[in-house]
Write a protein that binds this ligand. Structure first.
Ligand code: SF4
Length: 697
């Protein structure tokens, strides 16, 4: 075991890698290796966005990699499903048995085999590189990967044309920054560094978030709106820009589509109406619109009267019924004031659309050979694992292969998810580092390598640099890269296409083809994409019309409203007497989705699962600070400790996540309460659209 924080010795070497986690910052990492052991992981000082600093979570990467509970050999279930009882077996026995079981199911209908994966690694190779080939050749069911960002992604695509926006480094030059639905200090630390630079240069920072987060603490103003009301707020800002004529008429005329219709809709949202929906004061909306409108540019005044205005959205705000429409509306705001004219103006939710990843070459959909398997939405896995065979659904799910994900902890409506995973007739294989909540339900756990032990390449959704990850150490124990596990399974299934022989390094080279200089990646660890500084200064949006599409013909063609609107929550605040509190479940500071929950030092920093609540709501229920509470609704009940603090507004509680269920007081986490209802666009989950009641336990 290496010391947790030793000084590099004279024999030490440093290997350049990339942080694999689901975070917009995509840091470049340096791993110090001594005598074959990784002794330290730190930020790469040569990578401008990383600037030598990793977050507290990934700084502990050696603790995670060498964790004494790491799964380092194949394990076969010996107890009942969920009991967590396993015995070690050889790779030969595990892969042989898995291949035989899959062959038997595939002989009936390969669609009964379901892959389930997400962003446990964001790597393009250890993600779907070889796995995609395996499942395409098999003809397994497809997975609609919606669990995080699909509503917002659809919102961007139907407005700006792709998941694109302003370059993150130019936030440092903005004069007004609106941080909308993001606790950047914990979830987007390296953006926060740019925002702080702007603040030191005199910029005003405004945070919009139901929770008074650590980021809100550091902003000049905070607007604590009710969850799922962001679209109403954006419409009312537009109304104020119109009535006060704080518009860039030239930009609107040249580079937008549907302004007349949007203008009419916005005029229906005076601040008093939006304030009632959002649960805030009309004066707050007027002040926000005044600040934003003061930055309006005109054709002759390309930087805006008071300097460029930049909006940083994050994905929290789109985890509600109207998440897609809300993102559409917010993404339109820069066009109203001509903010795009300046490189420090515009909006950023995701930059992932800037990367020309050769997904078809990696995942090889041609191996489907004309077959069109059904698609299952990962958000509704709870329902779908319990569905019988039917003409509409197809075969009952008979086998589940889980990699890079922990659905028993992170999928909504846990009672159903657990019931599905507990089916004794479901054959489940989990590729993992640890015995997670999901691995407890596996028939086989296959030990996977961590980022320190394999090759990969990465794009980013927060900046525009491609990154390479080199293995720093040899795989621990009997662990294998995901790619190798799927390669060996493919061989046992009799898949003999040459593509199953591609090495990981070959897959890394394939990911970007000629779009990125691979030799430069090998040398430096990162390559900055060639990008215009102000990509939409003169329109050129990657939409069908080339304009910023206020009106989307593509949505209208699907029978949807081509214009965005405020779409109320499925479970709107004040709509239920039985469950009067709105619950959101933002990430706990020391966890990243469900990763790191088992890293002792990070879990100790968090303490235990916590519900944040406003003292007024607590007093009405005779709830004391630090006591144990029952949080419940019709879907289930979760017990945890309550914290009465200034972070919660009246009427909203925060169940910080995502804890592993096994660390919860009664073996549950907040997803016992969340629903499988979907968003307006993108078929995404609605984790923050959830009503509950709370009682002293
Ligand atoms: S989780 Fe984010 S901030 Fe932390 S090291 Fe990874 S990319 Fe950087």
């Amino acid at each position: 075991m290496p010391h947790s924080n030793p000084r590099p010795g004279p024999q030490s070497i440093q290997i350049i890698g990339a942080c694999p986690h689901d975070c917009p910052d995509t840091c470049s990492m340096l791993t110090t290796v001594e005598n074959g052991l990784a002794v330290k992981v730190q930020g790469n000082p040569n990578h401008p966005h990383t600037d030598g600093a990793l977050c507290a979570k990934v700084s502990r990467y050696t603790e995670r990699t060498y964790h004494p509970e790491r799964t380092l050999q194949p394990m076969k279930r010996v107890g009942t499903k969920g009991s967590g009882q396993f015995e070690p077996v050889s790779w030969d026995e595990a892969l042989g048995d898995i291949a035989n079981r899959l062959k038997a199911i595939a002989a009936q209908d390969p669609q009964a085999i379901q892959p389930y994966s997400y962003a446990g690694t964001m790597g393009l190779v250890q993600g779907e590189g070889m796995a995609g080939r395996f499942f395409n050749k098999l003809g397994a069911s497809m997975l609609e990967r919606t669990i995080c960002a699909s509503a917002g992604g659809a919102g961007l695509v139907h407005t700006l044309g792709a998941k694109v926006g302003m370059r993150v480094e130019f936030f440092a030059e903005a004069k007004l920054i609106i941080i909308w639905g993001s606790n950047s200090i914990t979830s987007n630390l390296h953006f926060w560094r740019y925002a702080n630079q702007a603040k030191r240069g005199g910029a005003k920072l405004i945070c919009i978030d139901p929770r008074k987060s650590e980021t809100a603490d550091k902003c000049h103003a905070h607007i604590a709106l009710l969850p799922g009301t962001d679209g109403a707020l954006a419409l009312s800002i537009m109304q104020q820009l119109v009535v006060n004529d704080r518009l860039d008429h030239d930009y609107l005329a040249r580079y937008t589509l549907g302004w007349a219709q949007l203008r009419e809709r916005a005029l229906q949202w005076p601040p008093e109406r939006a304030a009632a929906v959002c649960g805030i004061e009309a004066a707050q909306i007027e002040a926000l619109a005044r600040d934003y409108g003061a930055c309006a540019a005109s054709a002759s005044q390309s930087t805006g009267a008071q300097g460029p205005a930049a909006i940083r959205m994050n994905y929290g705000l789109q985890r509600v019924h109207g998440g897609g429409n809300a993102v559409r509306l917010i993404a339109m705001l820069p066009a109203l004031i001509g903010a795009w004219r300046h490189r420090a103006g515009g909006v950023l939710l995701s930059s992932s659309g800037a990367f020309a990843v050769q997904r078809a070459k990696l995942e090889r959909p041609d191996l489907l050979a004309g077959r069109t398997p059904r698609t299952i939405n990962m958000t509704t896995i709870g329902n779908d694992l319990l569905r019988p065979a039917s003409p509409e659904f197809g075969p009952k799910v008979a086998a589940l292969i889980v990699y890079n994900s922990n659905p028993v902890a992170i999928a909504p409506d846990s009672a159903k998810v657990v019931a599905g995973f507990a089916r004794e007739d479901l054959f489940t294989v989990v590729l993992e580092h640890f015995q997670t909540d999901t691995a407890d339900y596996a028939d086989y756990i296959l030990p996977a390598t961590t980022q320190l032990e394999h090759w990969d390449v990465h794009s980013s959704y927060g900046h525009t640099d491609a990154l390479l990850n080199r293995p720093a150490i040899a795989p621990l124990g009997q662990a294998k890269p995901n790619t190798q596990i799927f390669r060996e399974l493919a061989a046992r299934m009799g898949f003999d296409e040459p593509c199953f022989q591609d090495t990981d390094e070959a897959l890394c080279r394939l990911a970007y083809g000629d779009a990125v200089d691979f030799n430069a990646l090998l040398e430096k660890g990162f390559v900055t994409l060639p990008m215009p500084e102000a990509p939409f200064a003169q329109g050129n949006f990657p939409t069908p019309s080339g304009q910023c599409e206020f009106f989307s013909q593509r949505l209208a063609d699907r029978g949807l409203d081509g214009l965005p609107d405020h779409v109320p929550n499925h479970e709107a605040a004040h709509s239920s007497k039985a469950y009067p509190l709105a619950m959101i479940s933002p990430p706990a500071r020391n966890f990243l989705n469900s990763t790191f929950v088992n890293v002792t030092s990070l879990r100790n920093s968090e303490g235990e699962p916590l519900l944040e609540m406003h003292p007024v709501n607590a007093a009405a229920r005779q709830i004391q600070d630090g006591s144990t509470v029952r949080v419940f609704n019709a879907r289930g009940e979760h017990r945890c400790r309550v914290s009465l603090n200034h972070r919660a507004r009246v009427g909203v509680v925060h169940g910080l996540g995502v804890w592993w269920r096994k660390f919860g007081l009664d073996g549950t986490n907040v997803n016992q309460l969340t629903s499988q209802a979907l968003t307006d666009l993108g078929n995404g989950p609605t984790f923050y659209d959830c009503l509950v009641e709370v009682q002293a336990a």
